[in-house]
Design a protein around this ligand. Structure first.
Ligand code: GLN
Length: 590
């Protein structure tokens, strides 16, 4: 029998059977003759791993922790590993555990947290879930982002209900049980569940998650679990070498809790030589083969799957988990990277926003523009423009662009700059794509300058506007709390014929994700339509305007939803693809 990499000698019959069961599922060539024990034994073992029993070893668990510093790109590493495992034919799901006490990141501002990524079911989650959905095929749900805030909320609710029957409620076992429950439920129906633990090993907040992970491995059997630790190897110019000490110390921190990482993924600016690999192996107690080099990606995050495959990360993890799968097909990610590195053409897109200096605030928007480029074999240079600066001199900042995008946002700062930007591109025929707030400012601009409604605005920015073309829905008016109270998640959108959007989607009905409070005011629908605004998408149930376009413009589309949450490099969103196509056409005319 094949022995798992790095594992100690003997397996019990139970473990052996479990592995063979798993093989049956993944490798159809497996025959019953491979079973090495008697039918009676088989029956008794089978009972113990019956479906529904969380000990069912068909689910394998990978835990990703981070050491030394934050922002190591653990989320990307997890996502890229997920992509590699999917290529092997496995059903993979990724999830994130966040140690902070917020119930979800929906109430945090972009300076604190970067983008809030919205799922189909309306969950407001960490932006790493965006990477997971972009790199793998599964659609995630609120099950897949657990915060300490949620854990404590649930434990305290149970305590108040009296569920703990008078016991003292403690971190171990009550909080850790809550965390383990989530692992069991999220693992249902998949071959491999990859769980990233946010934060850095050694943080006080992260301890219950790491303890739960240790207990969980004990319960389901270590042979079903792989611990991957992502760490940093700083390069010290004075010494002229990469330093391993911080990694040694963060592995020591993990071992203090009883976790020995199986794989060390080393973020590094320079290649790892054999000496460094040997040193890390010895001090961190990890086989040399499992010391993985992860250099900073040259031009795109989509290089990562291939880079990690070269280091055989997937093979190592599969060995650890005792999984035998098909070989990795070549190509998929290579072709994407080829298009990104050597595109046939190039366009420049301006993104006019409020948090432009932040790398992460509009993450999915930037990624989706890149995907739109992939669809057209076109490189996309993104120019980030501060809305307040654009207000002062739109021509100087926008004239040379091939397209302009205004992303989502909240609050009044920069609004007039965004409206000026829209006016400029509408008048000059520059392709425009407005997302959520970007659609709302397009409606305001059109109302003010085309329909001549003086003072038109959204009631978010001017409660006394004489023409509130964007307003609060009646059901939003009574809401006082901020957490999870917006229009959130996927809604249907019907697309009438003869519009840019309908042509791009190639169908008459779509579902898109939302995160907003304000809506197009239907009292102005007739007036604005008469002035030339096209209603190109409507939510059928509530008759809400979802898409507006401007007739007699090469490409002007504003959407009330967030298409950027459904775009992948392997499946670029149709509107982003069409926007980049329009930008290419514009570029050709210059
Ligand atoms: N602030 C606007 C609203 O709440 C737009 C929100 C957004 O762009 N996500 O409706």
């Amino acid at each position: 029998m094949r022995r798992g990499f790095g594992h100690a000698a003997a397996f019990t019959d139970f473990q052996r059977y479990a592995r063979l069961c798993a093989k049956t599922r993944i490798n159809s060539k497996f025959s019953v003759k491979d079973l090495l024990f008697s039918p009676l034994e088989k029956k008794s073992v089978a009972l113990r791993i019956a479906p529904g029993n969380h000990l069912c070893p068909r689910v394998r668990y990978i835990f990703i922790t981070g050491g030394v510093v934050s922002s190591l790109g653990k989320g990307l590493t997890a996502a890229a590993l997920g992509a590699l495992l999917e290529q092997r034919g496995l059903k993979v799901r990724l999830q994130k555990f966040d140690p902070y006490l917020n119930v979800d990141p929906g109430t945090m501002n972009p300076y604190q947290h970067g983008e809030v990524y919205v799922l189909d079911d309306g969950a407001e989650t960490d932006l790493d879930l965006g990477h997971y959905e972009r790199f793998t095929s599964g659609t995630l749900s609120r099950q897949n982002n657990l915060t300490s805030g949620q854990v404590y909320e649930s434990v305290i609710q149970k305590e108040r209900r009296g569920d703990y029957l008078g016991k003292t409620v403690q971190v171990i076992p009550h909080v850790t049980n809550e965390i383990k429950e989530r692992l069991k439920s999220a693992g249902k129906g998949v071959d491999v569940l990859v769980t990233e633990i946010g934060g850095t090993v050694g943080d006080i907040e992260g301890l219950p998650f790491i303890e739960a992970m240790r207990q969980f491995a004990l319960e389901v059997g270590k042979q079903n679990v792989a611990f991957v630790h992502v760490t940093l190897l700083p390069f010290l110019a004075a010494a002229g070498e990469l330093k391993t000490k911080p990694s040694q110390q963060s592995v020591a921190k993990l071992r203090e809790i009883g976790i020995q990482p199986d794989v060390l993924v080393c973020r590094t600016e320079r290649p790892l030589d054999d000496d460094i690999r040997a040193k890390l192996s010895m001090f961190c107690n990890v086989p040399v083969r499992a010391v993985i080099e992860e250099q900073d990606v040259g031009s795109s995050i989509y290089e990562l799957p291939e880079m990690l495959a070269k280091e055989k990360l997937d093979d190592i993890v599969l060995d650890l988990l005792g999984l035998k799968t098909r070989k990795r097909p070549n190509g998929a990610w290579r072709e994407i990277v080829r298009k990104l590195k050597k595109p046939k053409r190039r366009v420049t897109i301006g993104v006019v926003g409020k948090y432009i200096e932040l790398q992460d605030a509009y993450k999915s928007v930037y990624e989706s523009l890149t995907h739109g480029g992939i669809a057209n074999d076109c490189g996309v240079t993104i120019v980030r423009l501060d809305a307040e600066a654009v207000e002062k001199n739109p021509a100087k900042m926008l004239a040379k662009l091939d397209g302009v995008l205004v992303p989502g946002g909240f609050g009044g700062r920069g609004i007039e700059g965004k409206i000026r930007a829209v006016q400029y591109v509408r008048e000059k025929g520059i392709p425009y794509f407005g997302l959520c707030l970007g659609m709302q400012v397009a409606v305001i601009e059109f109302a003010r300058h085309v329909a001549k409604l003086k003072g038109a605005n959204s009631t978010e920015f001017d409660t006394k506007s004489p023409h509130p073309v964007i307003h609060l829905m009646p059901e939003q008016k009574g809401i006082k709390t901020k957490g999870a109270t917006m229009r959130l998640g996927s809604y249907d959108c019907k697309l009438p014929p003869r519009t840019i959007s309908r042509a791009a989607y190639g169908k008459d009905s779509v579902r898109e994700r939302h995160r907003h409070r304000y809506e197009f005011n239907n009292d102005y629908r007739e007036l604005l339509t008469k002035a030339g605004l096209l209603i190109a998408g409507v939510n059928p149930g509530r008759d809400l305007v979802e898409i507006v376009e401007v007739a007699k413009h090469p490409w002007f589309v504003g959407v009330q939803f967030h298409p950027e949450f459904q775009s992948k490099p392997t499946r670029p969103h149709p509107l982003f693809a069409a926007f980049i196509k329009a930008a290419i056409a514009r570029h050709g005319k210059k």
